[in-house]
Structures are given as C-alpha cells and as structure tokens.
Design a protein around this ligand. Structure first.
Ligand SMILES: Cc1cc2nc3c(=O)[nH]c(=O)nc-3n(C[C@H](O)[C@H](O)[C@H](O)COP(=O)(O)O)c2cc1C
Length: 210
C-alpha cells in the first residue's frame, strides 16, 4: 500500500535545506487537514501557514531554537478554539445548513445538545476537546506530506503562551496546539536520518478480539 510506504519513508526531520516548496504541495497538505473529520463536524481549529522568514526567526527562540523552524519552507501552526463557544458552534451549523440548502433550524436540536454538553465542561476541558480535533487534522497533514514526498516535523516543543502572544491568538479566541515544519530533509548533520524507524510490534500494539 502506497500510504504505508510513505509513512515508513517519513521521519521527524531534524534538519531541512531551506528549499521553498511548490505552493501546490503545501495547498494539498493543508487541504488534507481541512478534510479531517471532527467531533460533530464543528472544526474547532485553525491553521496559520507561515512562510514569512522574519516571523519564523521570531518563532525560533520560542521553539527552543530547533533548526527546522527557520530551515523549513512553510511552518504550519495548528491552533484550536480557546473554548467551545455557542456562537461559533451556531455559525458552523448555519454555514453547513446553507451549503446543503437546508433550513437553518434543521440542526437546532443537535446544537442545543452540544451546548448543553459543553456547558458541563470547564473552559480548559473545552479547549482540550478542541485541541483533540486539531490533532486529527495534524495527523492528516503529516500523512499527506509523506504521501507527497514532503518532509515534515511534527513539533510540540515550544512555549505555547509565547507563541499565542506573538500571533495575537487570544484576540482571535485561539490557542496554539502543535507545529508542522514542512520542507526538504538535509540528511548530512541530521542524527536521526540514519536511524531505524522503531515502533512497538503489532502484537504489543493491538489486542485482537475476534
Ligand atoms: C505531538 C508531537 C510533538 C513532537 N514534538 C517534536 C519537537 O518539538 N521536535 C522534534 O524534533 N520532534 C518532535 N516530534 C517528533 C517525534 O519525536 C517523532 O515523531 C517520534 O519520535 C517518532 O519518530 P518518527 O516521526 O521519526 O517516526 C513530535 C511528534 C509529535 C507527534
């Protein structure tokens, strides 16, 4: 299966060449994240696609000077809603109903149910729920990059508060979750490039119940 071959090829690239990727490759990776399924279809996350070198320079110390930040072609910042806000939930359902040519009140019961559920969550739990959805898109983007032969480093090694401040996320009702550096691998100087990919053996990874 081609996808499995691609997933074996990919690795969390530590050094990149700085080469600029063709825009259509970046667009397809973002599209894979946009097509991710989310709980109740709410899509409570947003991606910043950063190719601006000055901004990447500013992000670098926030991500502990990991070289992939500035050596990447594009840096995707996955952010999630700070809370499961009823207004934003309503807006996504209104949009979906309009796109489907359905009356706006078609999903009133579903929206009421979601709002009732999230009202029992703390704000932190609501953000946690949103960030779990962002992680689904993140995984899709990682797989899409691999399938396109684009190197990608998933990253959570950064100071979220500092990045939120730099990107002014609070005013947008967002909080940063993860980074995905996209570019071309530079195997020389990358200690990880020659090491075997190691995962738990399947028999330890799954429990089969027939
Ligand atoms: C959520 C997440 C956060 C990660 N954070 C970093 C990071 O900050 N820097 C880094 O170099 N790698 C990071 N990694 C890469 C992992 O260490 C790597 O994916 C894992 O060891 C498996 O290796 P492989 O991706 O090369 O197969 C992260 C991966 C994930 C999924």
């Amino acid at each position: 299966m081609e996808l499995l071959k691609a997933l074996k090829w990919r690795y969390a690239t530590k050094r990149m060449t700085g080469e600029k990727l063709d825009q259509h490759l970046v667009d397809q990776i973002v599209e894979a994240a946009r097509l991710a399924p989310t709980s109740a279809g709410v899509q409570p996350f947003h991606i910043f696609v950063i190719s601006n070198p000055e901004l990447k320079e500013k992000i670098s110390p926030i991500a502990f000077n990991q070289p992939q930040i500035t050596e990447s072609s594009h840096l995707l910042v996955f952010t999630a809603w700070d809370k499961m806000d009823p207004e934003r939930i309503q807006a996504i359902y209104d949009y979906t109903n309009k796109e489907r040519g359905l009356p706006l009140d078609k999903t009133a019961d579903v929206v009421a149910g979601l709002n009732s559920l999230f009202s029992t969550f703390t704000e932190e739990q609501q953000h946690h729920h949103a960030s779990k959805q962002a992680h689904i898109g993140f995984g899709m983007a990682i797989a899409a990059a691999a399938e396109l032969g684009v190197d990608a480093t998933p990253m959570e090694g950064f100071d979220k508060n500092q990045l939120d401040e730099l990107l002014d996320l609070k005013s947008k009702g967002l909080m940063s979750c993860t980074l995905l550096a996209l570019g071309r691998r530079q195997p020389e100087g990358d200690w990880l490039s020659i090491l075997k990919k190691v995962r738990l053996p399947t028999e330890k990874f799954i429990t089969e119940i027939k």
